[in-house]
Design a protein around this ligand. Structure first.
Ligand SMILES: C[S@@+](CC[C@H](N)C(=O)[O-])C[C@H]1O[C@@H](n2cnc3c(N)ncnc32)[C@H](O)[C@@H]1O
Length: 361
Protein backbone atom coordinates (compact mmCIF):
# COMPACT_ATOMS: atom_id res chain seq x y z
CA UNK A 1 0.00 0.00 0.00
CA UNK A 2 1.28 3.50 -0.81
CA UNK A 3 1.91 5.68 2.25
CA UNK A 4 -1.09 7.86 3.09
CA UNK A 5 -3.52 5.53 1.33
CA UNK A 6 -6.32 4.23 3.59
CA UNK A 7 -6.48 0.45 3.97
CA UNK A 8 -9.57 -1.07 2.36
CA UNK A 9 -10.74 -4.48 3.56
CA UNK A 10 -13.54 -6.76 2.33
CA UNK A 11 -14.23 -10.40 1.59
CA UNK A 12 -12.59 -11.83 -1.55
CA UNK A 13 -15.83 -11.78 -3.53
CA UNK A 14 -16.31 -8.01 -3.32
CA UNK A 15 -12.59 -7.40 -3.74
CA UNK A 16 -12.33 -9.57 -6.88
CA UNK A 17 -15.54 -8.11 -8.29
CA UNK A 18 -14.02 -4.65 -8.25
CA UNK A 19 -10.52 -5.72 -9.29
CA UNK A 20 -11.72 -7.72 -12.30
CA UNK A 21 -14.85 -5.87 -13.41
CA UNK A 22 -14.82 -2.41 -11.82
CA UNK A 23 -13.73 0.78 -13.59
CA UNK A 24 -10.44 -0.05 -15.32
CA UNK A 25 -10.80 -3.64 -14.05
CA UNK A 26 -8.49 -6.40 -15.16
CA UNK A 27 -11.08 -7.84 -17.59
CA UNK A 28 -13.07 -4.73 -18.43
CA UNK A 29 -10.30 -2.43 -19.60
CA UNK A 30 -9.64 -2.49 -23.32
CA UNK A 31 -6.62 -4.25 -24.82
CA UNK A 32 -5.70 -7.80 -25.73
CA UNK A 33 -8.01 -9.18 -23.04
CA UNK A 34 -7.49 -12.56 -21.40
CA UNK A 35 -5.23 -13.74 -24.27
CA UNK A 36 -2.59 -11.23 -23.11
CA UNK A 37 -2.26 -12.98 -19.75
CA UNK A 38 -2.97 -16.70 -20.03
CA UNK A 39 -3.59 -19.42 -22.56
CA UNK A 40 -7.03 -21.03 -22.70
CA UNK A 41 -8.08 -23.82 -25.07
CA UNK A 42 -9.48 -21.11 -27.33
CA UNK A 43 -6.09 -19.37 -27.56
CA UNK A 44 -4.19 -22.66 -27.92
CA UNK A 45 -6.27 -23.31 -31.02
CA UNK A 46 -7.00 -19.87 -32.55
CA UNK A 47 -5.01 -19.08 -35.65
CA UNK A 48 -3.69 -22.63 -35.93
CA UNK A 49 -5.80 -25.57 -37.00
CA UNK A 50 -8.70 -24.16 -34.92
CA UNK A 51 -9.37 -27.65 -33.60
CA UNK A 52 -11.20 -26.39 -30.53
CA UNK A 53 -13.62 -24.30 -32.62
CA UNK A 54 -13.98 -27.25 -35.00
CA UNK A 55 -14.96 -29.50 -32.10
CA UNK A 56 -17.48 -26.97 -30.80
CA UNK A 57 -18.90 -26.68 -34.33
CA UNK A 58 -19.28 -30.46 -34.46
CA UNK A 59 -21.19 -30.28 -31.17
CA UNK A 60 -23.39 -27.44 -32.49
CA UNK A 61 -24.18 -29.48 -35.64
CA UNK A 62 -25.08 -32.47 -33.47
CA UNK A 63 -27.47 -30.38 -31.37
CA UNK A 64 -28.93 -28.82 -34.54
CA UNK A 65 -29.75 -32.27 -35.83
CA UNK A 66 -31.20 -33.42 -32.50
CA UNK A 67 -33.47 -30.35 -32.48
CA UNK A 68 -34.70 -31.08 -36.02
CA UNK A 69 -32.79 -28.23 -37.70
CA UNK A 70 -34.71 -25.23 -36.31
CA UNK A 71 -35.06 -22.01 -38.35
CA UNK A 72 -32.66 -20.32 -35.94
CA UNK A 73 -30.02 -21.85 -33.67
CA UNK A 74 -28.39 -19.48 -31.20
CA UNK A 75 -24.80 -20.09 -30.08
CA UNK A 76 -24.08 -18.09 -26.94
CA UNK A 77 -20.47 -17.84 -25.72
CA UNK A 78 -20.54 -16.68 -22.09
CA UNK A 79 -17.37 -14.99 -20.86
CA UNK A 80 -16.34 -14.69 -24.50
CA UNK A 81 -13.05 -12.81 -24.00
CA UNK A 82 -12.52 -11.05 -27.33
CA UNK A 83 -14.88 -13.51 -29.14
CA UNK A 84 -11.97 -15.56 -30.50
CA UNK A 85 -14.05 -18.77 -30.33
CA UNK A 86 -17.10 -17.31 -32.09
CA UNK A 87 -14.97 -15.80 -34.87
CA UNK A 88 -13.33 -19.16 -35.59
CA UNK A 89 -16.61 -21.03 -35.23
CA UNK A 90 -18.44 -18.69 -37.62
CA UNK A 91 -15.67 -18.86 -40.25
CA UNK A 92 -15.54 -22.64 -40.10
CA UNK A 93 -19.34 -22.95 -40.26
CA UNK A 94 -19.44 -20.75 -43.37
CA UNK A 95 -16.71 -22.77 -45.04
CA UNK A 96 -17.79 -26.28 -44.01
CA UNK A 97 -21.51 -26.21 -43.17
CA UNK A 98 -23.09 -23.31 -45.11
CA UNK A 99 -26.66 -24.60 -44.69
CA UNK A 100 -26.17 -24.52 -40.91
CA UNK A 101 -24.21 -21.24 -40.98
CA UNK A 102 -27.24 -19.48 -42.54
CA UNK A 103 -29.36 -20.42 -39.50
CA UNK A 104 -26.76 -19.67 -36.80
CA UNK A 105 -27.04 -16.64 -34.55
CA UNK A 106 -23.76 -16.01 -32.71
CA UNK A 107 -23.87 -14.04 -29.46
CA UNK A 108 -20.89 -13.10 -27.29
CA UNK A 109 -21.71 -12.34 -23.66
CA UNK A 110 -18.96 -10.32 -21.99
CA UNK A 111 -18.50 -7.73 -19.29
CA UNK A 112 -15.77 -6.08 -21.36
CA UNK A 113 -16.79 -3.62 -24.11
CA UNK A 114 -17.25 -4.85 -27.69
CA UNK A 115 -13.80 -5.00 -29.30
CA UNK A 116 -13.06 -2.73 -32.27
CA UNK A 117 -13.28 -4.48 -35.61
CA UNK A 118 -15.45 -7.38 -34.46
CA UNK A 119 -17.43 -8.63 -37.49
CA UNK A 120 -21.08 -7.53 -37.55
CA UNK A 121 -22.28 -11.15 -37.64
CA UNK A 122 -21.21 -11.57 -34.00
CA UNK A 123 -23.64 -10.10 -31.48
CA UNK A 124 -22.26 -8.58 -28.24
CA UNK A 125 -23.86 -7.86 -24.87
CA UNK A 126 -23.32 -8.18 -21.14
CA UNK A 127 -26.50 -10.24 -20.52
CA UNK A 128 -27.48 -13.74 -21.57
CA UNK A 129 -30.58 -13.44 -23.77
CA UNK A 130 -33.18 -16.25 -23.97
CA UNK A 131 -32.80 -18.68 -26.88
CA UNK A 132 -35.63 -20.95 -28.01
CA UNK A 133 -33.08 -23.32 -29.57
CA UNK A 134 -29.46 -22.99 -28.64
CA UNK A 135 -26.03 -24.07 -27.54
CA UNK A 136 -24.58 -22.16 -24.61
CA UNK A 137 -20.82 -22.57 -24.23
CA UNK A 138 -18.75 -21.19 -21.35
CA UNK A 139 -15.01 -21.81 -21.53
CA UNK A 140 -13.26 -20.66 -18.34
CA UNK A 141 -16.13 -18.35 -17.36
CA UNK A 142 -17.23 -19.74 -13.99
CA UNK A 143 -13.75 -19.70 -12.43
CA UNK A 144 -13.81 -15.92 -12.90
CA UNK A 145 -17.17 -15.44 -11.16
CA UNK A 146 -15.94 -14.06 -7.81
CA UNK A 147 -16.50 -16.07 -4.64
CA UNK A 148 -15.93 -15.55 -0.94
CA UNK A 149 -13.33 -17.63 0.86
CA UNK A 150 -13.55 -19.00 4.40
CA UNK A 151 -10.84 -20.35 6.68
CA UNK A 152 -11.06 -22.49 9.79
CA UNK A 153 -9.67 -20.57 12.80
CA UNK A 154 -7.70 -22.14 15.70
CA UNK A 155 -10.99 -22.77 17.54
CA UNK A 156 -12.42 -24.75 14.61
CA UNK A 157 -14.80 -21.94 13.47
CA UNK A 158 -15.12 -21.16 9.73
CA UNK A 159 -14.59 -17.42 9.26
CA UNK A 160 -14.74 -15.16 6.23
CA UNK A 161 -11.28 -14.33 4.86
CA UNK A 162 -10.92 -10.58 4.42
CA UNK A 163 -8.32 -9.08 2.10
CA UNK A 164 -6.76 -5.63 1.89
CA UNK A 165 -7.30 -4.44 -1.68
CA UNK A 166 -3.95 -2.90 -2.51
CA UNK A 167 -1.56 -5.19 -0.61
CA UNK A 168 -3.35 -8.57 -0.71
CA UNK A 169 -2.78 -8.95 3.05
CA UNK A 170 -5.41 -11.20 4.66
CA UNK A 171 -7.15 -11.47 8.07
CA UNK A 172 -10.04 -13.50 9.41
CA UNK A 173 -13.44 -11.80 9.78
CA UNK A 174 -16.85 -12.91 11.08
CA UNK A 175 -18.08 -16.51 11.25
CA UNK A 176 -20.04 -17.58 8.16
CA UNK A 177 -23.84 -17.65 8.51
CA UNK A 178 -27.05 -17.87 6.46
CA UNK A 179 -27.13 -19.04 2.84
CA UNK A 180 -23.32 -19.17 2.66
CA UNK A 181 -23.13 -21.47 5.69
CA UNK A 182 -25.91 -23.64 4.21
CA UNK A 183 -24.01 -23.89 0.89
CA UNK A 184 -20.83 -24.95 2.73
CA UNK A 185 -22.75 -27.56 4.74
CA UNK A 186 -24.19 -29.06 1.55
CA UNK A 187 -21.22 -28.80 -0.85
CA UNK A 188 -17.99 -28.19 1.07
CA UNK A 189 -18.46 -29.21 4.73
CA UNK A 190 -15.66 -28.17 7.08
CA UNK A 191 -16.65 -30.34 10.08
CA UNK A 192 -13.48 -31.78 11.51
CA UNK A 193 -11.27 -29.59 9.29
CA UNK A 194 -7.89 -28.49 10.68
CA UNK A 195 -7.17 -24.82 11.45
CA UNK A 196 -5.97 -23.16 8.25
CA UNK A 197 -8.11 -25.29 5.93
CA UNK A 198 -10.15 -23.25 3.49
CA UNK A 199 -13.25 -23.43 1.33
CA UNK A 200 -14.59 -21.27 -1.49
CA UNK A 201 -18.32 -20.50 -1.39
CA UNK A 202 -19.62 -21.38 -4.86
CA UNK A 203 -23.16 -20.04 -4.39
CA UNK A 204 -22.77 -17.08 -6.85
CA UNK A 205 -21.54 -19.52 -9.49
CA UNK A 206 -24.45 -21.90 -8.89
CA UNK A 207 -26.83 -18.99 -9.41
CA UNK A 208 -25.01 -17.72 -12.49
CA UNK A 209 -24.93 -21.17 -14.10
CA UNK A 210 -28.58 -21.93 -13.27
CA UNK A 211 -29.61 -18.64 -14.93
CA UNK A 212 -27.45 -19.44 -17.98
CA UNK A 213 -28.98 -22.90 -18.44
CA UNK A 214 -32.41 -21.40 -17.74
CA UNK A 215 -32.00 -19.14 -20.81
CA UNK A 216 -32.36 -22.16 -23.10
CA UNK A 217 -35.77 -23.30 -24.33
CA UNK A 218 -34.25 -26.44 -25.82
CA UNK A 219 -30.62 -27.25 -26.44
CA UNK A 220 -27.30 -27.85 -24.71
CA UNK A 221 -25.26 -25.92 -22.15
CA UNK A 222 -21.57 -26.70 -21.69
CA UNK A 223 -19.27 -25.38 -18.95
CA UNK A 224 -15.56 -26.07 -19.42
CA UNK A 225 -13.34 -25.22 -16.48
CA UNK A 226 -10.83 -26.16 -13.80
CA UNK A 227 -13.23 -28.05 -11.57
CA UNK A 228 -13.58 -30.33 -8.56
CA UNK A 229 -16.41 -32.33 -7.07
CA UNK A 230 -17.30 -33.25 -3.49
CA UNK A 231 -14.78 -36.10 -3.44
CA UNK A 232 -11.85 -33.87 -4.38
CA UNK A 233 -12.16 -30.40 -2.88
CA UNK A 234 -8.77 -28.67 -2.42
CA UNK A 235 -8.24 -28.58 1.38
CA UNK A 236 -6.49 -25.20 1.32
CA UNK A 237 -8.57 -23.71 -1.50
CA UNK A 238 -7.48 -22.87 -5.02
CA UNK A 239 -7.21 -19.08 -5.20
CA UNK A 240 -4.59 -18.15 -7.81
CA UNK A 241 -3.57 -15.11 -9.84
CA UNK A 242 -1.97 -14.68 -13.27
CA UNK A 243 -0.37 -11.77 -15.10
CA UNK A 244 1.33 -11.84 -18.50
CA UNK A 245 1.65 -15.61 -18.53
CA UNK A 246 3.02 -15.95 -14.99
CA UNK A 247 1.46 -17.03 -11.73
CA UNK A 248 1.70 -14.17 -9.23
CA UNK A 249 0.61 -13.49 -5.63
CA UNK A 250 -3.15 -12.79 -5.52
CA UNK A 251 -3.68 -9.06 -4.94
CA UNK A 252 -7.11 -7.58 -5.77
CA UNK A 253 -5.78 -4.33 -7.23
CA UNK A 254 -6.74 -4.87 -10.89
CA UNK A 255 -3.24 -5.92 -11.92
CA UNK A 256 -3.90 -9.67 -12.30
CA UNK A 257 -6.49 -12.31 -13.05
CA UNK A 258 -8.01 -13.78 -9.86
CA UNK A 259 -9.43 -17.27 -10.17
CA UNK A 260 -10.66 -20.17 -8.03
CA UNK A 261 -11.39 -23.64 -9.38
CA UNK A 262 -15.10 -24.42 -9.77
CA UNK A 263 -17.26 -26.69 -7.56
CA UNK A 264 -18.95 -27.76 -10.79
CA UNK A 265 -21.07 -30.53 -9.24
CA UNK A 266 -22.88 -27.81 -7.27
CA UNK A 267 -23.36 -25.65 -10.39
CA UNK A 268 -24.79 -28.55 -12.40
CA UNK A 269 -27.15 -29.49 -9.57
CA UNK A 270 -28.41 -25.89 -9.40
CA UNK A 271 -29.74 -25.94 -12.98
CA UNK A 272 -33.36 -26.99 -12.60
CA UNK A 273 -34.56 -27.49 -16.16
CA UNK A 274 -32.22 -30.21 -17.46
CA UNK A 275 -32.79 -33.67 -18.95
CA UNK A 276 -29.24 -35.08 -18.83
CA UNK A 277 -26.08 -33.88 -17.10
CA UNK A 278 -22.71 -35.34 -18.00
CA UNK A 279 -19.35 -34.76 -16.30
CA UNK A 280 -16.31 -35.69 -18.37
CA UNK A 281 -12.80 -34.47 -19.13
CA UNK A 282 -11.79 -32.30 -22.06
CA UNK A 283 -9.59 -35.12 -23.29
CA UNK A 284 -12.58 -37.45 -23.47
CA UNK A 285 -15.01 -34.85 -24.80
CA UNK A 286 -12.63 -33.89 -27.61
CA UNK A 287 -12.10 -37.56 -28.45
CA UNK A 288 -15.88 -37.93 -28.88
CA UNK A 289 -15.75 -34.89 -31.17
CA UNK A 290 -12.95 -36.34 -33.28
CA UNK A 291 -9.89 -34.54 -31.86
CA UNK A 292 -6.90 -36.67 -30.88
CA UNK A 293 -3.16 -36.12 -30.96
CA UNK A 294 -2.31 -38.87 -33.45
CA UNK A 295 0.74 -37.93 -35.59
CA UNK A 296 0.53 -38.36 -39.38
CA UNK A 297 2.46 -41.34 -40.81
CA UNK A 298 6.07 -40.43 -41.61
CA UNK A 299 5.72 -41.83 -45.14
CA UNK A 300 3.45 -38.88 -45.96
CA UNK A 301 6.38 -36.48 -45.46
CA UNK A 302 7.82 -37.40 -48.86
CA UNK A 303 4.57 -37.97 -50.79
CA UNK A 304 2.79 -34.82 -49.50
CA UNK A 305 5.23 -32.60 -47.56
CA UNK A 306 2.84 -29.63 -47.19
CA UNK A 307 -0.05 -31.84 -46.05
CA UNK A 308 2.31 -33.67 -43.69
CA UNK A 309 3.49 -30.44 -42.03
CA UNK A 310 -0.09 -29.22 -41.67
CA UNK A 311 -1.17 -32.53 -40.11
CA UNK A 312 1.86 -32.44 -37.81
CA UNK A 313 0.95 -28.94 -36.60
CA UNK A 314 -2.66 -30.06 -36.00
CA UNK A 315 -1.40 -33.07 -34.04
CA UNK A 316 0.68 -30.73 -31.86
CA UNK A 317 -2.36 -28.52 -31.24
CA UNK A 318 -4.50 -31.58 -30.41
CA UNK A 319 -1.81 -32.85 -28.03
CA UNK A 320 -1.87 -29.53 -26.11
CA UNK A 321 -5.69 -29.50 -25.95
CA UNK A 322 -5.88 -33.07 -24.64
CA UNK A 323 -2.75 -33.28 -22.42
CA UNK A 324 -3.51 -34.82 -19.02
CA UNK A 325 -2.42 -32.48 -16.24
CA UNK A 326 -2.99 -29.59 -18.67
CA UNK A 327 -5.96 -28.54 -20.81
CA UNK A 328 -7.02 -32.18 -21.28
CA UNK A 329 -7.80 -32.43 -17.56
CA UNK A 330 -10.30 -29.57 -17.66
CA UNK A 331 -13.82 -30.74 -16.87
CA UNK A 332 -16.67 -30.49 -19.37
CA UNK A 333 -20.10 -30.32 -17.72
CA UNK A 334 -22.77 -30.87 -20.36
CA UNK A 335 -26.47 -30.33 -19.61
CA UNK A 336 -29.26 -30.86 -22.10
CA UNK A 337 -32.53 -28.94 -21.90
CA UNK A 338 -35.77 -30.11 -23.52
CA UNK A 339 -33.90 -32.89 -25.34
CA UNK A 340 -31.79 -35.91 -24.40
CA UNK A 341 -28.02 -35.71 -24.78
CA UNK A 342 -27.15 -37.05 -28.24
CA UNK A 343 -26.80 -40.84 -28.08
CA UNK A 344 -23.02 -41.14 -28.40
CA UNK A 345 -22.48 -39.03 -25.25
CA UNK A 346 -24.56 -41.53 -23.30
CA UNK A 347 -22.62 -44.54 -24.52
CA UNK A 348 -19.79 -45.18 -22.06
CA UNK A 349 -17.68 -46.65 -24.87
CA UNK A 350 -17.64 -43.22 -26.52
CA UNK A 351 -17.72 -40.91 -23.54
CA UNK A 352 -14.83 -42.71 -21.81
CA UNK A 353 -15.08 -42.37 -18.06
CA UNK A 354 -17.70 -39.60 -18.39
CA UNK A 355 -20.18 -39.79 -15.54
CA UNK A 356 -23.86 -39.24 -16.02
CA UNK A 357 -24.78 -37.23 -12.95
CA UNK A 358 -28.48 -36.64 -13.35
CA UNK A 359 -31.04 -38.23 -15.58
CA UNK A 360 -34.46 -36.65 -15.31
CA UNK A 361 -36.04 -38.29 -18.37
C1 LIG B 1 -10.71 -16.55 -18.47
S1 LIG B 1 -11.56 -15.48 -19.55
C2 LIG B 1 -12.09 -16.66 -20.79
C3 LIG B 1 -12.24 -16.06 -22.16
C4 LIG B 1 -12.63 -17.06 -23.25
N1 LIG B 1 -13.85 -17.77 -22.94
C5 LIG B 1 -11.51 -18.05 -23.50
O1 LIG B 1 -11.69 -19.23 -23.17
O2 LIG B 1 -10.45 -17.66 -24.00
C6 LIG B 1 -13.04 -15.16 -18.64
C7 LIG B 1 -13.92 -14.07 -19.27
O3 LIG B 1 -15.21 -14.12 -18.65
C8 LIG B 1 -15.70 -12.80 -18.60
N2 LIG B 1 -16.80 -12.78 -17.62
C9 LIG B 1 -16.73 -13.04 -16.31
N3 LIG B 1 -17.96 -12.94 -15.72
C10 LIG B 1 -18.81 -12.62 -16.70
C11 LIG B 1 -20.22 -12.39 -16.74
N4 LIG B 1 -20.97 -12.47 -15.63
N5 LIG B 1 -20.78 -12.08 -17.92
C12 LIG B 1 -20.02 -12.01 -19.04
N6 LIG B 1 -18.68 -12.22 -19.07
C13 LIG B 1 -18.08 -12.52 -17.91
C14 LIG B 1 -14.47 -11.98 -18.23
O4 LIG B 1 -14.65 -10.61 -18.53
C15 LIG B 1 -13.39 -12.66 -19.08
O5 LIG B 1 -13.24 -12.05 -20.33
Amino acid sequence: MESGQAAEWSGWRAAAERALYGPDGFFTRTGAGPAGHFRTSVHASAGGADLFAGAVLELVAEVDQALGRPAELVVTDVGAGRAELLRALGMRARAELPALADRLVLRAVERAPRPDGLPGWIGWGDRIEPAAHGVLFANEWLDNVPVDIVEVDPGGVARLVEVEHSSGEERLGAPVTGADAAWLGRWWPLDGAEPGERAEIGLPRDRAWAAAVGSLGRGLAVAVDYAHDAAARPAFGSLAAFREGREVRPVPDGSCDLTCHVALDACLAAAANTVHSLWTTQREALAVLGVNGARPPLARASSDPVGYLRALAAAGEAAELTALGGLGSFVWGLQSVGMPLPRRWLDPADAGSGRLLLHDD
